[in-house]
Design a protein around this ligand. Structure first.
Ligand SMILES: [Zn+2]
Length: 377
């Protein structure tokens, strides 16, 4: 984008001044008539005006020039060249309201694919929402029904959007995040992650569980409910967390390190979730853990994952996804003297290994298991 010239800057200042002056004279007139100031009305009116001024300023800044004669063609992915055709406009919703962008359009005469290089530069390719507004959408769309998100955008940002756009953008950003996570998981499985440096961790806990979450109909198409013949109304989300423990209390109960818990989860198969939770543990420095503990309820998939990942970090015979253990990783793995699976709760098949017994010492104290869990979690 060209730097705005003096003329453009002057026009923007003029527009902002005009709008603010107009509002101020209205506010002063109101106060003269009634002797009162309705703060909420004034603050909201000011925001509207400042937004309008901001949108006008942005629209000025987003007017691209016709490209110079020597810049009127671009490489096209097809191998030919796209030619400059004209300036084209579109409306973009920004954090200060709707702004108009006008930018060069290039068309490839060979494959007929069009290009807006400015859209790539501005990060508004194939969308009518600015990056700032997309970030807001993602924030309000992540933890409440999308219509709440629409309301929040109105109250908090003074922006009119639809529930559908909150949904669309939240899902697009979610997919983007998921894609990046898949890439990271792939790297973790190929033992290609950068080693996270830092002090050793006495005990690193990995806990996981699954639970049914209600979903819309299209999510359960072709899926059987647990009760035969019934359509499914829920899908299982697998959740995991990783936390560390450095100390025990006076009675010898382990204490979770404050603020040490990170979470991950998804609706996916056990195999996929295994990579996800493994990545989480890697990023939390599992290679520096003196002892690793897996806590689960005894479900078979959790047991299998614990076994799989134990084999992954244990030399010398990695199996399955661990078949590509790099020599450097192997040395690190050798320093892990112990890895533990603890099975807490009421699972049918409790782990009866010696390490598990140690972590279930609370069971010999009768019903104090809950207090153990309570302190750790
Ligand atoms: Zn082409």
């Amino acid at each position: 984008m060209e730097r705005p010239g003096k003329k453009t800057a002057a026009r923007i200042h003029q527009e902002i001044t005009r709008q603010v002056n107009q509002l101020l004279s209205r506010i002063f007139a109101e106060r003269g008539n009634h002797g009162l100031t309705d703060l909420e009305a004034v603050e909201n009116a000011l925001r509207v005006v400042l937004h309008q001024a901001g949108a006008a300023a942005l629209s000025e800044l987003l007017q691209f020039d016709v490209p110079a004669p020597d810049q009127r063609q671009l490489p096209c992915p097809c191998g030919h060249h796209a030619q400059y055709r004209e300036l084209r406009s579109k409306l973009v919703l920004t954090v200060v309201g709707q702004a108009q962008v006008s930018r060069p359009y290039y068309l490839c005469p060979h494959c007929h694919q069009g290009q807006f290089p400015a859209d790539v530069e501005l990060d508004i390719k194939d969308t009518e929402f600015s990056p700032g507004v997309r970030r807001m959408h993602a924030l309000v769309g992540q933890d409440a029904p999308f219509d709440h998100g629409r309301e929040q955008m109105k109250v908090l940002a003074g922006l009119e959007v639809t529930a559908k756009s909150v949904e669309r953008i939240a899902e697009a950003i979610g997919e983007d995040i998921a894609q990046r996570e898949r890439e990271e998981m792939q790297k973790a499985i190929q033992l290609d992650l950068p080693v996270v440096g830092g002090p050793s961790i006495p005990v690193l806990y990995v806990e996981m569980d699954g639970t049914g979450v209600p979903v819309v109909k299209k999510e359960t198409v072709g899926r059987q409910a647990k009760t035969d013949g019934q359509p499914a109304h829920t899908r299982e989300v697998k959740l995991g967390c990783v936390f560390t423990q450095t100390k025990c209390d006076k009675e010898g109960f382990p204490i979770r390190d404050p603020d040490s818990t990170t979470y991950t989860g998804a609706i996916e198969t056990a195999e996929e979730f295994g990579k996800r939770i493994y990545l989480e543990a890697c990023q939390r420095g599992s290679s520096r853990a003196v002892k690793k503990v897996v806590i689960g309820d005894g479900a078979e998939w959790i047991r299998n994952l614990a076994d799989l990942h134990r084999s992954l970090s244990r030399p010398p015979t990695p199996v399955g996804v661990g078949a590509q253990v790099a020599p450097q990783r192997r040395r690190e793995a050798e320093s892990l003297d112990e890895e533990t699976s603890a099975v807490a709760g009421q699972g049918k098949n409790r782990n009866t290994g010696p390490h598990a017994a140690r972590h279930r010492c609370n069971q010999s104290r009768g019903n104090r298991e809950d207090s153990h869990r309570g302190r750790l979690l």
